[in-house]
Design a protein around this ligand. Structure first.
Ligand code: SAH
Length: 465
């Protein structure tokens, strides 16, 4: 396993001070089941490159793994660990570059705070989930990258491609940041750990994720995989993260972990149930879920034979990608696969692909549009597409004062452009009906409070005959 870190920061030799390893020497370190060697193939004021080469002793590794009641099989001895970046690499980074990882530099204490252009090359990275995982994990942190998927065997091209990639990352940041990102994320790509994961891992994750993990859009995936898919641990870690963070505005997540959720169905589930109920009662056979997100409603629709033609549309490629995974689209039997289409599109532009669906659902979507774009959506849906049934939900802003975590004047989600009171929502629906010949009924969703109403509101529009 080879990890290379380079910089063209001037003088580039600062890298040697930061890593606490002299550029003129080759140094070796004995780890539990491996040896790490650090050396510099180049070191000048203009460019400096440090390499960490990790030699893993597969046999020692297997012996040191004490898994109660498990006998070791041959494939435990013959494996890819010596060649790939994995949790071993993280352990090696923590041991070999511990001062740099903790942001210390005795000789030049001012250096760790300096942002410099850094390039990290990982010779072989095993990725569960394909190249899109690199986009999902590194891009939100500001990295640019180049990756090459490696063939299973260069001599037998017909065998196809492997799940191994070589990866080059570039970014201008502090070396400590780069190292903590690598420390946490390398095992996340791989989704394997060479040691037994226990609760101490949560603290390691939180310590190394400080300052970036909480705002990472994939923090749930990261926590789940880092903590080896032990769901309870991931939840605990995410709760601790949230406790530590002052400005948690994503209240939906609050709902998901609050105590009340143990007893009640989450608000979001109630919304989806309410929409599904309406779609069933109108006996429609085709439905377009617009702003489908990660496909929660689509999953419910697929379970009902009544819905023969289902469309999921979203403007976000990442959301669609997740929907694809959540619905196991690629593994679906052909007849099931024929029932559903996923497309990328914006609701503010007329789109012929929406024609022919009897019903449209839009769960918690309109509030994501700027008010001046909402009119474009109205025309697309009610004037051009004109399905016989349109069901949409949106928050009731009056209810926000019941959320103690929500700072006054803040919306429930960072990306909400507006939230309406019950009467604002009603006025809007009335205007639509007059303009486009629809009838509407409005329903509260969630527990009803005498003063402020329910948390969410749903409008069911029926085309006038
Ligand atoms: N309906 C889903 C997701 C709600 S979040 C659910 O209930 O779980 C809002 C979704 O609307 C996001 O996935 C966002 O990408 C999508 N969205 C926002 N603006 C959009 C637009 N103009 N066109 C299409 N989708 C949009």
């Amino acid at each position: 396993m080879l990890l290379t870190i380079s910089t063209e920061h001037y003088p580039a030799t600062d890298l040697g001070y930061l890593l606490h390893k002299h550029p003129d020497k080759v140094q070796s370190f004995l780890l539990n089941t491996a040896k790490a060697h650090v050396f510099y193939p180049e070191s000048s004021p203009h460019k400096c490159t440090a390499c960490m080469l990790l030699e893993i002793d597969s046999i020692e590794m297997v012996r040191s793994l004490q898994i109660p009641g498990k006998t070791m099989m041959l494939n435990h001895y013959v494996n890819d660990r010596p060649y790939v970046a994995s949790s071993f690499t993280s352990t090696a980074i923590a041991k070999v570059f511990s001062s740099a990882l903790n942001g210390n530099c005795k000789e030049r204490p001012e250096l760790p705070a300096i942002k410099m252009p850094l390039e990290a090359k990982i010779s072989v990275l095993p990725i569960k989930g394909g190249e899109q995982m690199i986009h999902r994990l590194f891009e939100p942190l500001g990295y640019r990258f180049e990756s090459t998927q490696l063939p299973l065997d260069e001599q037998f091209p017909l065998w196809g491609m492997s799940h191994y990639y070589s990866l080059t990352l570039r970014h201008t940041l502090r070396l400590q940041e780069l190292l903590t990102h690598l420390y946490v994320l390398l095992p996340v790509f791989d989704d394997e750990k060479h040691y037994w994961v226990d609760k101490n891992e949560i603290d390691k994750l939180l310590a190394k994720g400080q300052g970036w993990l909480d705002s990472h859009p994939e923090k749930t995936l990261i926590a789940r995989r880092y903590l080896k898919n032990i769901k309870g641990y991931a939840r605990l870690a995410l709760e601790k993260l949230r406790d530590a963070s002052e400005d948690e505005t994503a209240l939906e997540k609050e709902e998901e972990t609050s105590e009340s959720r143990q007893k009640k169905t989450s608000l979001h589930r109630q919304r989806l149930d309410a929409v599904l109920e309406q779609l069933k009662s109108f006996k429609v056979r085709s439905v377009a879920d617009l702003g489908c997100g990660e496909g929660k409603l689509l999953k419910m629709l697929l379970k009902e034979n009544q819905f023969q033609k289902i469309l999921g549309m979203d403007v976000s490629f990442a959301a669609l990608q997740k929907a694809k995974e959540n619905l196991y689209i690629d593994q679906m039997p052909p007849r099931q696969r024929e029932r559903i289409d996923l497309i990328q599109g914006a609701l503010t532009y007329r789109d012929k692909r929406l024609d022919g669906y009897e019903a449209v659902a839009m769960v918690e979507v309109i509030e994501h549009l700027d008010l001046d774009r909402l009119q474009a959506l109205e025309r697309v849906l009610f004037e051009f597409t004109q399905p016989r049934l349109i069901i949409l939900t949106t928050p009731n802003i009056e209810y926000n004062r019941k959320y103690v975590f929500l700072k006054e004047g803040k919306f429930r989600h960072d990306d909400h452009r507006f939230e309406w009171t019950r009467s604002e929502f009603e006025q809007w629906t009335q205007k639509i009906c007059e303009q486009y010949s629809y009838e509407v009924k409005i329903y509260p969703i969630g527990e009803l409070d005498a003063e402020v109403g329910a948390a969410s509101q749903m409008a069911v529009f029926k085309k006038e005959l």
